[in-house]
Design a protein around this ligand. Structure first.
Ligand code: RTP
Ligand code: MG
Length: 152
């Protein structure tokens, strides 16, 4: 079976780092069978977050999002696998954690949209833009899982 190249940029945002949820987020994506091809601990700049969240420029949560997001480190990841964009968003849960289902990261660990712990790309176009924003090409490592046909 040809390996799928669908990718998603997943962030454990600074509030997720503060809460000690880095391992928990990675565990949920690993358990699901997705493949980690990029991982870094990063201090995002305001400019980087402004670009990352460009679709939200002008909204009232834009400034607080940039201010908090640039106040400390985050963990940036690229996950790969069939359906990763849709499945990744489902693993995260709804933007407003009050509406997020139990069993999702936000539904299990968050209560406020401004502290919803994680980010996930919402389309292939967004994923490409976001992966390029957070990672250099040489920081993405493709690899094959030995002897596990049911996994990506
Ligand atoms: P993300 O991009 O972080 O994966 O989250 P999302 O698609 O579920 O939500 P989006 O609409 O793209 O909003 C980006 C981030 O802005 C913050 N936000 N706060 N206070 C509010 O009403 C509000 N709405 C959005 C959240 O941190 C959200 O993840
Ligand atoms: Mg979004």
């Amino acid at each position: 079976m040809a390996a799928t190249r669908e990718r998603s940029l997943i962030l454990v945002k600074h509030d997720g780092v503060q809460r000690g949820l880095v391992g928990e987020v990675i565990r949920r994506f690993e358990n699901r069978g997705f493949k980690l091809i990029g991982l870094k601990y990063v201090q995002a700049t305001r400019a980087q977050l402004e670009s990352h969240y460009e679709d939200h420029k002008g909204k009232d949560f834009f400034e607080p999002l940039l201010a908090y997001g640039s106040s400390g480190p985050a963990v940036a990841m690229v996950w790969e696998g069939h359906g990763i964009i849709t499945a990744g968003r489902a693993i995260l849960g709804a933007t407003d954690p009050i509406k997020a289902q139990p069993g999702t990261i936000r539904g299990d660990y968050a209560t406020a949209a401004g502290r919803n712990l994680v980010h996930g790309s919402d389309s292939e176009k967004a994923a490409k833009r976001e992966v390029d924003l957070w990672f250099k090409a040489e920081e993405l490592l493709t690899w094959h899982r030995a002897g596990a046909q049911h996994l990506h």
